[in-house]
Design a protein around this ligand. Sequence first.
Ligand code: CP
Length: 306
Amino acid sequence: MENTLYGCDIVSMQDLPLSRIQLILEAAARLKEQRTTHLLANKIIAHCFFEPSTRTRLSFETATLRLGGSVVGFSSDEALSIQKGETLHDTIRMVTEYADLIIIRHPKEGAARLAADVSSKPVVNAGDGANQHPTQALLDLFTIQECQQRLDGLAIALVGDLKYGRAIHSFAQACMLFDVRLFLVAPDSLALPESICNTLKKVGVRFSFHQSIEEVIPKIDILYMTRIQQERFSEVQYQQVGKQYILTPKMLSSARPNLKILHPLPRVNEIEVGVDLTPYAHYFEQAANGIYVRQALLSLLLNKSL
Ligand code: CP
């Protein structure tokens, strides 16, 4: 298959039509088997994290190092010349001189697009504000394919903060490429943005709105949990809403045998630790898959053929 990803930016799911997703998932499966190769030998990857991260940053670093590449970068802007008033534009303009590819996480929506416009090297969005997190969606798809042996014909519940969750936004857009049925479980104040719902409708994805996790559990193959962000509510509201979206082992008594629970992590209290011991928990495996998917993506962006 032709490598249509070579030299590209990955800023949003718009950059990832089905053919590119298939290319990445197939390469990721090969790299998971193979473990070490030298696909990034002599390549320098800039990891520009302006916002906290555990999984995305460390899995990109592990992916880079395992493929023989080198890492430069930072995990906050505290030691950057941004503190002296330098702009994001000029910061990226410089990093593009030092590295072969830039990975950026930033608290502002649109920062990754700005970086891609400035940079002459490929830019990968590792999360921009409440907007997009496309590499999370890729590893979500890889994990679902692996644990359900398919991406079509599945019933998937998205639970929690569907309004501000960038992982959810990217994943919901990825779902538009597959024959899936979505159950959207969220308080009204954190519902999936109308623009995404309209596009889901336009492309024919069936979806419905729900207030509780229990009512959807017997109907689904994937339960995709996310954190209810306490900062979006008053203390009283959070006490009411938060409790409604806490998954407990007891709630799984009506689950299908093949159900798998995903979560982009970090979790706070929305999945009780007891759920980790059930056969349905799959979020740590999901996070581990980030290495192979990010290995595949970096390799395809920086090599004409693998
Ligand atoms: N899933 C995710 O983006 O996790 P981190 O914020 O730890 O990178």
